[in-house]
Design a protein around this ligand. Structure first.
Ligand SMILES: [Zn+2]
Ligand SMILES: [Zn+2]
Length: 278
């Protein structure tokens, strides 16, 4: 197994430790390639995204660490960007002018198709439930549709390398009454989304953040066979917010995928994405 992780947070966003702590821990575990992806700034302030004013310092700090630890680990500086709407996504000029090594694009907010009002999908369940009832008048079906339609727009718009936690709606949505009544709809829209990811030749991350704690991966394991059938390039990411989580769930996910027939992952080596045979 090639020890790597290309999705991680630190004190520049909502990660719980300094970037150097993650690097030291990763080295101690034998990680070969490690990428930071702090949450990129949004058009409005949040507690979990980087501040615009900190972006230069973020790149400077990761560059310093690359120089300091470069003989022991390959370090990369990316960002986790959000597809919010046509005005804010990975492809806008703001990101094009930054010196990143790669970009992840994810969805943490969906907007109501008529009112345009935003709701977070990734916070505590109590906030999710309140927002479904307030913004979407209790319709979990409309939430599912909005999430997957917005995901499709994100993939079609492009401007990034890795699709982040593609079906994260399962996390909170799955706890909302009636969510699984729409399984056929979710599967239909997910299949269209996977086909578009294949067409665009994007890397799909297998996000293992909740694998050990909740037996959940994003994408959901029900799509693993289809992902392998479509031969979509995958990378296995831990979405770490704590240094001791830099490899959490990685070995388990690799084992699971190998048993289903996964033969290769995408890895950053010497600055370029390469096919790595398992
Ligand atoms: Zn995320
Ligand atoms: Zn993340």
């Amino acid at each position: 197994m090639y020890l790597s992780n290309y999705h991680s947070h630190c004190t520049f966003c909502d990660g719980r430790s300094y970037p150097e702590d993650f690097v030291k821990f990763a080295i101690s575990k034998g990680v070969k390639s490690y990428g930071f992806t702090s949450h990129a700034p949004l058009p409005f302030e949040t507690f979990w995204t980087m501040k615009h004013d900190d972006v230069n310092e973020y790149f400077q700090e990761i560059t310093r660490l690359k120089e300091k630890y470069g003989d022991r680990i390959e370090l990369y500086c990316g960002l986790e960007t959000d597809y919010l709407n046509e005005e804010h996504h990975a492809g806008i000029d703001y990101f094009a002018n930054l010196p990143y090594d790669y970009l992840i694009s994810s969805i943490h907010y969906i907007s109501h198709p008529v009112t345009g009002e935003l709701m977070g999908i990734d916070g505590p369940y109590s906030e999710f439930e309140e927002a479904v009832n307030r913004v979407f008048r209790g319709s979990i079906e409309d939430v599912i549709r909005s999430f997957l339609v917005q995901s499709m727009k994100m993939v079609k718009t492009g401007g990034f390398h890795i699709v982040g936690h593609v079906d994260k709606i399962y996390m909170n949505g799955g706890k909302f009454p009636g969510f699984y009544d729409h399984q056929a709809l979710i599967d239909e829209l997910m299949d269209k989304l996977l086909l578009e990811i294949q067409k665009k030749n994007l890397i799909l991350e297998i996000n293992t953040k909740s694998l050990l704690s909740q037996q959940m991966t994003f994408p959901n394991q029900r799509y693993f066979n289809r992902i392998l059938e479509l031969n979509i390039p995958v990378t296995i990411n831990c979405d770490s917010h704590y240094p001791h989580h830099v490899l959490q769930g990685k070995a388990e996910a690799v084992g699971l995928l190998k048993s289903l027939g996964l033969t290769h992952t995408m890895e950053l080596k010497k600055g370029a994405w390469e096919v790595h045979k398992l």
